[in-house]
Design a protein around this ligand. Structure first.
Ligand SMILES: Cc1cc2nc3c(=O)[nH]c(=O)nc-3n(C[C@H](O)[C@H](O)[C@H](O)COP(=O)(O)OP(=O)(O)OC[C@H]3O[C@@H](n4cnc5c(N)ncnc54)[C@H](O)[C@@H]3O)c2cc1C
Ligand SMILES: NC(=O)c1ccc[n+]([C@@H]2O[C@H](COP(=O)([O-])OP(=O)(O)OC[C@H]3O[C@@H](n4cnc5c(N)ncnc54)[C@H](O)[C@@H]3O)[C@@H](O)[C@H]2O)c1
Length: 482
């Protein structure tokens, strides 16, 4: 059935970003409608962050116990796969978004189901599941928070072969005997380890390196961690073609035959394609407001999320390509929702001030990310190369993590840490930690970068003894006595 409605703000896409834009606009006194075509909560809640970490965490916990003599002896078996999958199902709420809808309604937001497109100035038209249309007019703003979609490489035979994207992998109801993972970025690396620990024979195919975006010592530690779990890590290989095999009988099982450019083949029960994501800018009606924008191009926005020259149109989250991570999408969402509300109230005019509550300034200087592999990689801010590309003169200090806290934490603890320091201001502009459970070391680094805390003052931030954080003291000493 067709209908129309008017509101203050229409948010296209109800992922973590869209939900937070709407919530913050509403907290600022505006009425907001979220348009969602799939599950409210988006990729993160149902097919990305939460289910993937739920698949990883039990293996991590078990590996943690095995690293401590005296505790190791208590481990009598492996993971209970059915229990792990059931726990993961719980985190994905059984792929039912009733809880998220209840939250949205409780927060005073309206949800319209269906595929939305921008069809005019401050107008969104939604094709609803029953074949009808809802036209929504926004008094103040339309926000595009449509996320991202997987990039599928054009490989000979891939169209005919059944394959998994990260959606099928994170929602898997059974564990394949043999799994080939194509792409050794963050998603491929995490899921290769998760399935290896759940019992799959995993082959991870990397065109160049595992986690190539991270510093070499961290990459090498992670590759070694994968190999220790039995993952066959193939570096510097490409897939030539993919072939679907129909099994003749139990002795000749079917699956996917992957042909590599080194002339070898691998037969797998499942092929996971994890070769990146691109902004979901196709079929959203953006060409109307942004002529020339091709599907997959990021939606360009300023720090308050506003599309240049289109004052009523905003973007936030993965769709902008700024920092495609849930926490950064939500951070941008808080700025966007607040900016829309302040502009509507006539309290915000002109350019936004950096580091104010209407600017996602940290996107350019301090994006934290954790790779939940074992060992973990946790980084924030600039790598040394990125800092130099940004015109900074930097020095680095790096060392193996070997402090009293790490030796107590795990026998044979292997880890690495690096600080990137801006010479001119003598402040940390980047940090990377790699090792078991280093994720929780990261926020201290994020605060140091965002707060631009001088090295001389960081000296007085004394890490408690005996914790892994003592690596901070070693890093400061290494810089001071270089
Ligand atoms: C396997 C995997 C693991 C990840 N793990 C982490 C992690 O541990 N930590 C982390 O920070 N990030 C992680 N990420 C990244 C994270 O999932 C994204 O950064 C995050 O989901 C982006 O949020 P978003 O709201 O911008 O987009 P999305 O979560 O993609 O939400 C967009 C929503 O918009 C809807 N939509 C799209 N187009 C329309 C339309 N035209 N009309 C109506 N609705 C529409 C979609 O259905 C979707 O619900 C992971 C990603 C993957 C793939
Ligand atoms: N813990 C986390 O924060 C987390 C976890 C998973 C995913 N994510 C996010 O989700 C997004 C998608 O993750 P991703 O790992 O798919 O993307 P990615 O960009 O991190 O990695 C993609 C990898 O695939 C490789 N690749 C591309 N085409 C290929 C081909 N034809 N053959 C072989 N390899 C190929 C690339 O070289 C790269 O290493 C990223 O933004 C990522 O940050 C975050």
């Amino acid at each position: 059935m067709d209908s129309s409605l008017t509101t203050d703000v229409v948010v296209l896409g109800g992922g973590p970003t869209g939900e937070n834009v709407a919530d913050y606009a509403h907290k600022g006194g505006l009425d907001a409608v979220i348009v969602e075509r799939d599950l409210l909560g988006g990729e993160c809640s149902f097919w990305a962050c939460m289910p993937s970490k739920a698949l990883l965490r039990p293996g991590d916990a078990l590996a943690g116990v095995r690293r401590v003599d005296g505790a190791r002896q208590a481990v009598r078996g492996g993971l209970d796969v059915a229990a792990v999958l059931a726990r993961r199902d719980g985190f994905a709420a059984g792929w039912d978004d009733a809880g998220q809808v209840a939250w949205a309604e409780g927060a005073g937001l309206r949800v319209v189901r269906g595929h939305g497109r921008v069809t005019g100035e401050r107008v969104v038209t939604v094709g609803t599941p029953d074949g009808g249309e809802v036209t929504i007019e926004a008094r103040h703003a339309v926000v595009v928070a449509t996320g991202s979609v997987p990039v599928i490489p054009s490989l000979d035979g891939l169209d005919e072969a059944p394959f998994w994207t990260t959606r099928e992998a994170t929602a898997a109801q059974s564990v394949p005997g043999r799994l080939v993972v194509l792409g050794a970025g963050v998603a491929g690396t995490e899921l290769a380890q998760a399935f290896a620990r759940l019992g799959s024979d995993v082959t991870l195919l990397a065109r160049d390196a595992v986690l190539r975006a991270f510093a070499a010592p961290a990459r090498e530690l992670v590759a070694a961690g994968l190999q220790a779990d039995g993952v066959d890590v193939r570096l510097g290989v490409s897939v030539r073609r993919v072939e679907r095999r129909v099994g003749a009988n139990d002795d000749e099982p079917g699956g996917v035959l992957v042909h590599l450019d080194d002339d070898s083949t691998i037969l797998a029960d499942e092929l996971l394609v994890a070769t990146g994501r691109r902004p979901a800018t196709g079929d959203v009606g953006l060409e109307w407001a942004r002529p020339g924008l091709e599907p997959g191009d990021p939606l360009d926005v300023d720090d308050s999320g506003r599309v240049p020259d289109v004052p009523w149109l905003y973007g936030a989250g993965d769709v902008t390509g700024r920092a495609p991570l849930t926490h950064q999408g939500k951070y941008a969402a808080r700025a966007v929702g607040t900016a829309i509300a302040q502009r509507a109230a006539g309290k915000l005019d002109g350019a936004v001030e950096a580091w104010s509550d209407v600017a996602a300034t940290a996107d350019g200087v301090a994006v934290p990310q954790v790779v939940f592999s074992d060992p973990q990689v946790a980084s924030v801010g600039h790598s040394a190369d990125a800092a130099r590309d940004a015109g900074l003169q930097v020095r680095t200090v790096e060392l193996e993590i070997a402090v009293a806290g790490s030796s107590l934490y795990a026998d044979d603890y292997a880890g690495w840490a690096q600080l990137v320091i801006d010479d001119a201001r003598d402040v940390v502009v980047g940090a990377t930690f790699c090792g078991p459970d280093v994720a929780e070391l990261l926020h201290a680094a994020t605060i140091a970068v965002v707060g631009e805390v001088p090295m001389s003052r960081l000296w007085h931030a004394v890490p408690a003894y005996p914790t892994v954080s003592e690596v901070w003291l070693r890093l400061l000493e290494a810089d001071r006595f270089r």
